[in-house]
Design a binder for this molecule. Structure first.
Ligand SMILES: *[C@@H]1O[C@H](CO)[C@@H](O)[C@H](O)[C@H]1NC(C)=O
Ligand SMILES: *[C@@H]1O[C@H](CO)[C@@H](O)[C@H](O)[C@H]1NC(C)=O
Length: 538
């Protein structure tokens, strides 16, 4: 072989190889997950727990930006089941969101293959059951989206990477909790806190090295404070936003939220407490784990580090310190700050007020006087098959007004490319946590009492971070901005599970009159059909 031909050959092999490497990151990842019950005693009392492939928590999904996930979920429970991918934006693809407004639940002894992409995303996320009160029994897990090899991240690669799913837990079991809620009663306080399904847990690392901890609040209703004895935590990422990195002694994490921190094992060799405790509750529940130095022979000792003495005000102040690093990128090469969200004209302001009405003698939860009820036909399918009468687009009115509360399958209409200001107004005495599917949003302000347009002056219009779930403090408001660039039918819900189960949710229908696959994908060929859509042909 002549030298030039050899060089040409090598070059073309290299070219092929690099195409392969690029494609590898748009790659397809195949999973088969089977959901079952098992009797287990995470808090010492035997109860039914939901496992995925025999594990609780379920398998950790380690993905890369732009991966395509093909995940066949087999339901071996005695009830219909769905998983939702918390924080995965499902671009153009609310068909795969896995909530009852978009998907038929998977019947027992049946399966559904989810097909979705982690398009332009990076960060720590989770998945969990969206049906009934299944989330109270497990069935959840961590979902990490790592950067593509060509995309830099604003911190050195940690020596290891731990996912900590922390949350309140009830020994009653999900069916008993559901019966309580169905009978019109609210839930009593939880029985304990768990870390990764246990009332304990050990995380080991080498002295001198730095580790990432991805912490998510998987609980049903309770905010937590997280801290590590003798160590500071460097906050680096919040639900896909790279933040201005700063050191914290402890972090408040509200229901449905995730944060990524770096911890350097720079202390004398011994074991240290990892602590999570409930926030704003009486009594305070605490769970401890162990940070084990691999060269340590000294077990944990000393007092468990206390929670901050500051309460709501402290927590709100801390939340205001979370800011976008404008010069660092997220999943894409352009810096986060190249999107000047503060300069975009708001097309509409929507005020959403939560409440806890009693309707016909039963406890419900509501937003703007509407308590949501699921229809047996997913709203997305009703739209696709033009089935009238499934949902109601007139009942949810902003601004909220006083008067009776209605039960309805409420949908808020909006147009593709609107830029919304949403005010979550909480006139109740409990902390709220609101989640929006299909999007992340800028959290531009927190304040106490009633929001007024005057509060806009204090908005952070420069370096607020984007996230998918925000807390709203008692007798306070939280303001967000969101760019409606993702057509679909999107669930807006309380992340506090009993509240969303009893009606504190609705759907945001983001619609473009132009029908095009570049705007929204077509119905999946394997879509399950139920309710009034049963027996139709996609
Ligand atoms: C159920 O699993 C089979 C493969 O075992 C697959 O061919 C089929 O598409 C799945 N059903 C749905 C509705 O996704
Ligand atoms: C912000 O991001 C830049 C670019 O990635 C990085 O060099 C810098 O350290 C970051 N600053 C902070 C405070 O996190």
């Amino acid at each position: 072989m002549r030298m030039t031909t050899l060089v040409q050959l090598i070059c073309s092999i290299l070219a092929l190889w690099s195409t392969y490497v690029v494609n590898a990151e748009d790659d397809y990842k195949y999973y088969t997950w089977t959901v079952t019950y098992e009797t287990s005693s995470p808090l010492g009392v035997s109860q039914k727990v939901i496992l995925i492939n025999g594990q609780f928590p379920g398998p950790r999904l380690d993905l890369v930006t732009n991966n395509n996930v093909i995940l066949n979920l087999i339901n071996k429970l005695d009830e219909p089941f769905l998983l939702t991918w918390n924080g995965i934006k499902q671009r153009k693809n609310s068909w795969q969101d896995g909530v009852l407004g978009t998907n038929c639940p998977i019947p027992p002894n049946s399966n559904y293959t989810y097909k979705f992409q982690t398009k332009d995303q990076i960060g720590s996320y989770t998945y969990f059951p969206s049906t009934g009160m299944h989330k109270a029994a497990g069935g959840f897990g961590a979902l990490n989206v790592y950067a593509r090899s060509v995309i830099p991240v604003p911190y050195a690669k940690p020596a290891g990477d731990f996912s900590l799913l922390v949350g309140d837990w009830y020994v009653a079991g999900h069916k008993a909790l559901q019966r309580t809620l169905d009978s019109g009663k609210s839930l009593r306080s939880p029985d304990g806190l768990l870390i990764n399904g246990q009332a304990q847990g050990t995380f080991s690392g080498d002295q001198g090295k730095t580790y990432m901890f991805r912490i998510s609040n998987m609980g049903l209703s309770t905010s937590i404070n997280f801290r590590i004895q003798g160590h500071q935590m460097k906050l680096v990422e919040v639900e896909g936003s790279h933040v201005l990195q700063a050191m914290y002694d402890s972090l408040d994490i509200h229901v449905g939220q995730s944060v990524s921190i770096l911890v350097t094992l720079n202390q004398p060799s011994k074991d240290y407490y990892i602590v999570a405790s409930t926030r704003f509750t009486k009594p305070v529940l605490t769970v401890t784990g162990v940070l084990h130095y691999s060269n340590s022979h000294t077990p944990v000792s000393g007092p468990v580090p206390p929670a901050p003495s500051g309460q709501m005000h402290w927590s709100m102040q801390q939340a205001r310190t979370y800011r976008w690093n404008l010069t660092s990128n997220a999943a894409r090469p352009n810096p986060q700050g190249s999107f000047h969200y503060g300069k975009i004209a708001v097309s509409r302001t929507i005020v959403l007020a939560n409440s806890a009405p009693v309707i016909s003698g039963k406890q419900r939860y509501a937003v703007n006087r509407v308590s949501y009820v699921n229809d047996e036909t997913p709203l997305k399918l009703a739209d696709y098959f033009n089935i009238p009468g499934v949902y109601d687009t007139n009942v949810l009115q902003s601004p909220p007004s006083d008067g009776p509360t209605y039960l309805a399958t409420s949908v808020l209409l909006s147009s593709h490319h609107e830029f919304l200001e949403i005010i979550f107004q909480n006139d109740e005495k409990t902390t709220q946590s609101w989640h929006l599917d299909g999007y992340d949003f800028w959290v531009v302000g927190f304040g106490s009492k009633k929001w007024t347009p005057n509060n806009r002056k204090a908005y952070n219009l420069v370096d607020a971070l984007t996230r998918h779930t925000t807390q709203v403090y008692p007798n306070s408001w939280t303001a967000i901005l969101v760019s409606l660039d993702n057509q679909g039918m999107w669930n807006v819900r309380s992340a506090m599970w009993a509240r969303q189960y009893l009606g504190q949710q609705f759907y945001l229908r983001v619609f473009d009159p132009v029908k095009h696959l570049a705007i929204e994908y077509d119905i999946p060929t394997n879509a399950l059909l139920c309710g009034k859509a049963a027996g139709r042909h996609p």
